[in-house]
Design a protein around this ligand. Structure first.
Ligand code: PEP
Ligand code: MN
Length: 257
């Protein structure tokens, strides 16, 4: 602990292999909601490679609302994600939910994600603060700007200032979209923390048709990148199929950015 704030607005650039967050060129993170099999994640990664993308995503420990839903393949899934990332020649990101397997996950993953549900999990924030890998911190679904900044500050205080923030929508009274994507948070968080901020329109809206306009809007308001769910066969996806783009749709979106 430093006992004084570390995220004071001083601009930070975060490097992950050949990818740089916060340098002006938007970073495209794409991949399935969850790793379902070795074949699925490799196929999606290779199709994305054809289109061009920068970081491969895929959940292996999934925070599902229902205990009856697919929970992820665990560390085996992370091995598949690693293999797929290597085949596509890009770094990988995956969500960590449990303090106990952070070390094992940090060995294979290039970026560790803290999901929306865990933004308030202070023991987990402290633990990823001690890790040497960059952290992607998603906004809690009901988190105020102040609470989100403080969550990032926890990670920084415990030793890791390589933090990328991700606006993924907040809960509001309206249920037309899955969440309400708060794009005002992008310039605010960049100014307040100095950290790169990316936007996740997939969880932010939950509606495929909104990926294009909200991706454009995110970049227009200064986002340092996008995270989009892409699946080679969304209709048969085990998680978040309805909001997932096909690699072809991702290519179309990318061509408009
Ligand atoms: C995810 O990105 O896989 C995810 C579960 O998103 P969120 O934490 O924003 O709900
Ligand atoms: Mn998802």
């Amino acid at each position: 602990m430093k006992n004084k704030p570390l995220l004071t607005g001083e601009k930070r650039i975060i490097k992950v292999g050949d990818v740089t967050f916060g340098e002006g060129k938007p970073v495209l993170i794409a991949g399935p909601c969850s790793v379902e099999s070795r074949e699925q994640v490799i196929q999606t990664a290779l199709e994305l490679k054809e289109v061009g993308f920068h970081v491969l995503r895929g959940g292996v420990f999934k925070p599902r609302t229902s205990p009856f839903d697919f929970q992820g393949l665990g560390l085996k899934g992370l091995e598949y994600l690693r293999e797929a990332g290597d085949k596509a020649g890009v770094p990988i990101i995956t969500e960590v939910m449990d303090e106990h397997n952070i070390e094992a996950m940090a060995e294979l993953a290039d970026i560790l994600q803290i999901g929306s549900r865990n933004m308030y999990n202070y023991p987990l924030l402290k633990s990823v603060g001690k890790v040497k890998k960059p952290i992607l911190l998603k906004r809690g679904m009901s988190a105020t700007i102040k609470e989100w900044i403080m969550a990032a500050e926890y990670i920084a205080q415990y030793g890791n200032v390589n933090i990328i923030l991700c606006e993924r929508g907040i809960r509001s009274f309206d249920t037309y979209t899955r969440n309400t994507l708060d794009l005002a948070a992008v310039p605010i968080m960049k100014k307040e923390t100095g950290l790169p901020v990316i936007v996740d329109p997939s969880h932010g809206t939950g509606i495929k048709e909104l990926m294009m306009p909200m991706s454009k809007a995110a970049l227009a308001c200064g986002a340092d990148g996008l995270m989009l769910e892409v699946h080679h066969d969304p209709e048969n996806a085990l998680c978040d199929g309805p909001q997932s783009l096909t690699p072809k749709q991702f290519a179309e979106l990318k061509s408009h950015l």
